[in-house]
Design a protein around this ligand. Structure first.
Ligand code: ACG
Length: 517
């Protein structure tokens, strides 16, 4: 039995004997470690026509790929993620890109379709995959389809949802709009007037969505999609979320996409409780984001509530086929994890310890892990939305954070002076170093995370403990979700042999015990 503080565990595990079986290529996503990138804020190119304009772009992302994955498993200076999720990159009038005006063209501020194909070549050369945010619930009101649809006599009238009178809906905000200056029918736009919902009950609209999706899988060689607002696709008045018709539409869509590319990965944003999300898996979507678990991990660590985390893990484990959900801490819509943790942390040291704890829990659980850009540094950010999406902090330069040679589209966070890649890459005890070790450990033992998870009751309410048994190999994770030193902790896995311990765990600390039976 080896009792290894988590800092060392990864080193040991990296050399562990558990060989990671190569999954069939079509299921590559089961063993992936994803990184969510907001292209506008990740890196402005230093060469080429868009260099130094203060806006992140695809060639800037290519220039920084080695930070994410240098393609060499023997090195330890890259983060080691194996897949990227790019937030929307199609032509859009907005900074976030979630209202699309041309689904088959990369936004001019981000580059060209050829730049994207170059990114795919560079990513694939490193063994990385790339999925793209695909917004099919709605388009921009400036999309030619909608402009044409505003004419009641046009062939595209029914590509959107029009009604003489606003229909009742089970939703909190204003969802029925009229084109400015017009007194005719209302159109349905769940999010706002600039995002009219597509009518996916119309066969021509569905055909157009299948066509644009196939374009990204075949012409552009993307490896799959993050489907935006996936639970809202088909309304059955007054219901505008999680209708069976939405699930059925997605089943057909998924079938069509898998025909085009059997290895395409379809993950959906279904922002709902686990019971609802689970309805989509595995036939309508390959996976979906586990929002309840994300909130439980970050708020559970913030509040020192191991029981909440344990319950959320148990719910996820029982709701989905093993591991067929995505774990994350926060995304581009949510307050950043470090900001949430700072709500109760006594200081920087405790905040860092809590961030390390969240990362260790997330990256030792089943599921497909997603890291939001900058989370590995402990970047902060609170609403409004643009402040959740500030420039990546590469250096301590207060004006640019090393993100651009020009004037950044949005001012970097003030803490870039101390929270940045340059400082943390040189510090073996930084949060970045922790993520690098945890991701390496994750990749070294892909089969382990696919094996059944045992939740372990230590009798100590502050300790979250769980383990895996695979062949003659056992791994036990014990996490101290309190600010107190916990000693004499005994971990007694059910049915898997005798008690382990007594262990001592530092405040907010973890220990990973590995046993070759
Ligand atoms: C997606 C994108 C988002 C984007 C849009 C529009 C949609 O990620 O960046 O905004 O293209 C709802 C939708 C999501 C949507 C968010 C923003 N996200 O379902 O698809 O709004 C509740 C509701 C959810 C709701 C959520 C947040 O149920 O439906 O998401 O609140 O508002 C527990 C519960 C869960 C509950 C949460 C929170 O988890 O189980 O049900 O979720 O608590 O209470 C883009 C831009 C934005 C811009 C917008 C117009 O990015 O900046 O504002 O367009």
């Amino acid at each position: 039995m080896k009792t290894i503080p988590s800092m060392l565990a990864a080193a040991w595990l990296c050399g562990g004997a558990v060989a990671a079986a190569q999954p069939p290529a079509d299921d590559w996503w089961r063993d992936a470690v994803f990184y969510e990138v907001f292209v506008r804020s990740f890196a402005d190119s230093t060469e080429g026509p868009l260099a130094g304009d203060g806006v992140g772009d695809i060639r800037g992302l290519i220039e920084r790929l080695d930070y994410l994955n240098d393609g060499d498993r023997a090195t330890h200076t890259d983060l080691g993620v194996t897949a990227l999720w790019l937030m929307p990159i199609c032509q859009s009038p907005s900074y976030h890109g979630y209202d699309v005006v041309d689904y088959k063209s990369v936004d001019d501020e981000y580059g060209t379709n050829e730049d994207f194909r170059e990114l795919m070549k560079a990513a694939h050369a490193r063994g990385m995959r790339v999925i793209v945010d695909t917004v099919i619930n709605h388009s921009s009101s400036e999309h030619p389809w909608f402009v044409e649809s505003r004419d009641p006599a046009s062939a595209k009238r029914d590509w959107y949802v029009w009604s003489d009178e606003p229909l009742d809906v089970e939703w909190g905000s204003t969802v029925w709009h009229r084109p400015r200056g017009e007194t005719g029918e209302h159109y349905f736009g769940l999010f706002w007037r600039g995002m009219p919902d597509l009518n996916l009950q119309h066969p021509d609209t569905t055909a157009a969505v299948h066509d644009l999706s196939r374009f990204w899988l075949t012409d552009m060689r993307a490896d799959g999609f993050r489907l935006d607002a996936a639970k809202h696709l088909i309304e059955v008045w007054p219901r505008v979320e999680n209708t069976q018709e939405t699930i059925d539409w997605l089943k057909a869509y998924r079938g069509a996409m898998k025909t085009a590319r059997p290895d395409a990965f379809l993950i959906g944003e279904v922002w709902a409780d686990a019971a609802q999300v689970a309805r989509y898996i595995p036939d309508a979507l390959d996976a979906a984001f586990e929002f309840d678990l994300a909130f439980a991990i970050v708020e559970g660590v913030r509040d020192g509530d191991a029981g909440r985390i344990r319950d959320a893990i148990a719910t996820a484990r029982s709701s989905y086929p093993h591991g067929q959900f995505a774990t994350f801490l926060a995304n581009h819509d949510m307050q950043r994890a470090m900001t949430t943790l700072r709500e109760t942390a006594a200081g920087d040291g405790e905040a860092l310890a809590k961030a390390r704890l969240c990362a260790t829990i997330q990256l030792t659980l089943p599921g497909i892990p997603f890291v939001y850009y900058g989370e590995e540094l402990g970047m902060t950010g609170a609403k409004p939305d643009p402040d959740l999406r500030t420039p990546m902090q590469w250096t301590g330069d207060a004006r640019t954070a090393g993100f651009t040679d020009g004037e950044p589209w949005r001012r970097p966070n003030a803490d870039t002076s101390v929270v940045n890649v340059e400082v943390q890459a040189a510090d073996g005890d930084s949060l970045l170093a922790t993520y690098r070790r945890l991701i390496r450990q994750r990749r070294a033992h892909a089969e382990l995370w696919r094996s059944p998870l045992t939740l372990i009751d230590t009798g100590n309410p502050d300790i979250l403990a769980y383990g895996y048994t695979l062949g003659g190999f056992r791994m036990i994770v014990a996490a101290n979700c309190s600010g107190r030193l916990q000693s004499g902790v005994r971990v007694t896995p059910e049915k898997d042999g005798g008690p382990i311990g007594p262990l001592s765990l530092k405040p907010w600390g973890t220990t990973i015990v590995t046993i070759a039976n």
